[in-house]
Design a protein around this ligand. Structure first.
Ligand SMILES: [Zn+2]
Length: 412
């Protein structure tokens, strides 16, 4: 069996999908359940139907395109990723795993491979947190790590709830039915661009992900006291932004001082109220993201952050409250799937790097209900989530070829 990937068609399809965007090309903006997202879904479903795949959509819009195997009741081998894109993004994040997954299936069909268990291409809803403030909405519901009630209550900036938006988009079933049974997938493999510089730097076409870091995020509110920038004397001030500045540096220090390369902390949101040049900041909201491949280290980081909040609140006589938005556990890839990925690379003489994914992906949540692994391809300069995100056709073809080999091994 000599599997061949139709790279020209795959690249053309990636370009076609990139044109379905809320922004002018080459910018891709495709936020979940907007007209662009719905149009992209329709286009993609048509491609899957052309390949003879049977399509099912669940109540949150996760889309399953199935190539039925000779034993249709056997646990399924899944692959897939997402097609939603944050504002001002590029064309490869998520899309390589979806269209690459589709091409891998078509390549197997072309060599008349017949899978015993079914192969399913899964397109996850809202991997990006852009609209509802939480990443991996679809896969969290599939895995049951987010309850249907909690999901229904999430809302976007305009105040529209998930419940309203998804039903308007035509997804009307019960969110309670989204959760998959634990033995649904025999294996799940996600192809994705690295979104970092390591593969390019190491000149490796492929990365086999062995673990996915555990993200945690918090919203911290600092209440000081405001007042006139001229009238209130320095000894009398309880400036919320000055307290925030100390806290931001304490967070950076907590991540650096542990000495582990996989510990990262970021304050990506700083809202200052009232935000006037001649007014002392009375209230600040900080959005904090803390990640690690070790749950113990990540949780130690969270405790260090709590300690810093208490110390700074006491020192500056301000009130600091932190709300934990989410704290997920890290995931280990399944050793058996990793071995199959390695064999597939070796069969084609492709070198690979064992890797850690510090970005999280739908596979992190799929790992709660299925054995998972991920395959990375390089992206130029490590750029992602920006319009000049780029993966070469050669690398996309290599990743798709290894994915196709892996799906074949897992289903025969
Ligand atoms: Zn992605």
């Amino acid at each position: 069996m000599k599997i061949e990937i139709d790279g020209e068609r795959l690249v053309r399809e990636i370009e076609e999908l990139a044109k379905i965007s809320e922004a002018e090309p080459p910018v891709v903006t495709r936020v979940v359940f907007t007209p662009a997202d719905l149009k992209a879904r329709a286009w993609l479903k048509a491609q899957c139907q052309d390949a003879g795949l049977a399509i099912r959509e669940d109540a949150i819009g996760n889309t399953f395109a199935r190539w039925v195997g000779s034993d249709p009741r056997a646990p399924i081998v899944g692959t897939g990723s997402h097609i939603d894109a944050i504002p001002n993004a590029g064309r490869f994040d998520g899309v390589v795993g979806v269209l690459g997954g589709l091409e891998a299936i078509r390549a197997l069909q072309r060599v008349r491979f017949r899978p015993t268990c079914s192969i399913e291409l899964l397109i996850f809803t809202a991997e990006e947190p852009t609209r509802f403030g939480i990443g991996c909405l679809g896969s969290r519901l599939l895995a049951g790590t987010l309850s249907a009630d909690a999901a229904a209550k999430l809302s976007d900036k305009a105040g529209c709830s998930v419940e309203d938006v998804r039903t308007q988009a035509g997804f009307t079933g019960s969110l309670g039915d989204v959760k998959l049974p634990p033995d649904y997938y025999k294996a799940f493999v996600e192809l994705h661009i690295e979104q970092g510089p390591i593969l390019e730097r190491e000149r490796k076409p492929l990365g086999i992900v062995e673990r996915i870091a555990a993200p945690a995020s918090l919203m911290i509110t600092i209440e000081g006291s405001g007042g006139h920038a001229g009238g209130v004397l320095m000894p009398d001030r309880h400036d919320a932004l000055c307290a925030a500045a100390e806290l931001i540096l304490a967070i950076e220090d907590a991540a650096r001082s542990g000495g582990a390369i996989d510990t990262v902390a970021t304050v990506g949101i700083c809202d200052v109220f009232p935000g006037a040049i001649n007014s002392i900041p009375a209230r600040v909201r900080l959005g904090v993201d803390l990640r690690d491949t070790s749950l113990a280290r990540r949780d130690a980081g969270l405790r260090a952050l709590e300690g810093a909040c208490r110390a700074i609140a006491a020192k500056r006589q301000v009130e600091i409250n932190s709300e934990l938005l989410n704290a997920d556990a890290p995931a280990e890839s399944d050793a058996a799937i990793v071995a199959v990925l390695r064999q597939a690379c070796e069969k084609h003489g492709l070198s690979y790097l064992p890797m850690t994914s510090r970005a999280y992906h739908d596979s992190l949540f799929m790992s709660r209900i299925a054995p998972v692994a991920m395959l990375f391809i390089p992206c130029r300069n490590g750029y992602s989530h920006r319009p000049d995100e780029y993966a070469s056709p050669e690398d996309i073809v290599k990743g798709t070829l290894v994915l196709a080999e892996t799906l074949a091994s897992l289903t025969s």
